[in-house]
Design a protein around this ligand. Sequence first.
Ligand SMILES: *Cc1c(COP(=O)(O)O)cnc(C)c1O
Length: 378
Amino acid sequence: MKKLSSFLSYGRQTISEEDIEEVINTLRSPFLTQGPKITEFEQAIADYLGVKYAVAFCNGTAALHGACFAAGIGESDEVITTPITFAASANCVRYMGGTVVFADIHPETYNINPLEIEKKITSKTKAIIPVDFTGQPADMDAINEIAQKHNLIVIEDGAHSLGAEYKGRKVGTLADMTMFSFHPVKPITTAEGGIIVTDNDEFYHKLQLFRSHGIQKTPYSNEQGDWYYEMIELGFNYRMTDLQAALGLSQLKKIDLFLERRKEIAEIYNNLFKNVPEIIIPKQLKDTNSGWHLYMIQLDEKISRKEIFKKMRELNIGVHVHYIPVYWHPYYQNLGYKKGLCPIAENYYKRALTLPIHPSLTNDDIEGIVSSMTSLIS
Ligand SMILES: *Cc1c(COP(=O)(O)O)cnc(C)c1O
């Protein structure tokens, strides 16, 4: 086991000279924000996915907030999501005053289990927020079927899954609205940034309003004069800047290369761990093509995850744990959610360990990580 000379993070951005160049060009342009780069970036994302509309936000969390606003979620509504996700997937419901309902995960894919969703539906259920955890799409056909039956809106949290596919269809084309995040650990980055894609005209209009104070130019504006605008909803300033959009445009050109490398890394891990009985490698469904945002292993019950985590970190290997079940957090505990609510998620959490995966990881890095891992557990 060799201690690395510098910390190797579980995920990070891959930035090229072209990316830097694009941002600098925008700095020299007349617009730092509300300029042409935003619409260019939105169009490029929409074209890449094959959807009608894309609305960029200052981060993925704001984008989810916008989607919940567009979906009309309010205080009397319940929204179903998974506990194995980043808190933002649930918090966005709380921003609108809605109630979060957690449905347990599938034990092998770690994604929300449609059978568990079905059990949680009440007359108050308004929407479902499935998360494509690790980059593997949730079971969207089954989820959409439930949504159709109960007249629910589906907001897919695709923070991990830009470019991923489900039964030959790209994530972004599978739900009423889909969110992508451009945080530096995510598939492509704009530093902070997020986007909602949709084919729905009404959602598109509401998303645009919401990210810019609820202000619009109205058909009456000519009566008043050209300065006139109206604030018709209580929106926010959730806009992306042109600097971010310029970086995003440049990054998007490399998405397929990034995804290819992530897949390669996952395959190397899978092969090296194949014959290690103490490690369960992540199961991929045949008809999904994961974005491999995270490489999650599960450790045998006999192994102390806490100990392995500590020793790996001492070697400068940035292992992590994704995620603490959302309702375990004190904020949700204070709202009355009890531990034990989703036993499969909790069992997963106790044994889960995240290993580094990002496009700039070298094969030597991976072999080093695996050999440290295997000597620590044997
Ligand atoms: C990163 C992430 C978000 C939030 O995105 P930000 O851009 O960081 O606000 C939401 N959901 C999931 C699953 C994420 O991983």
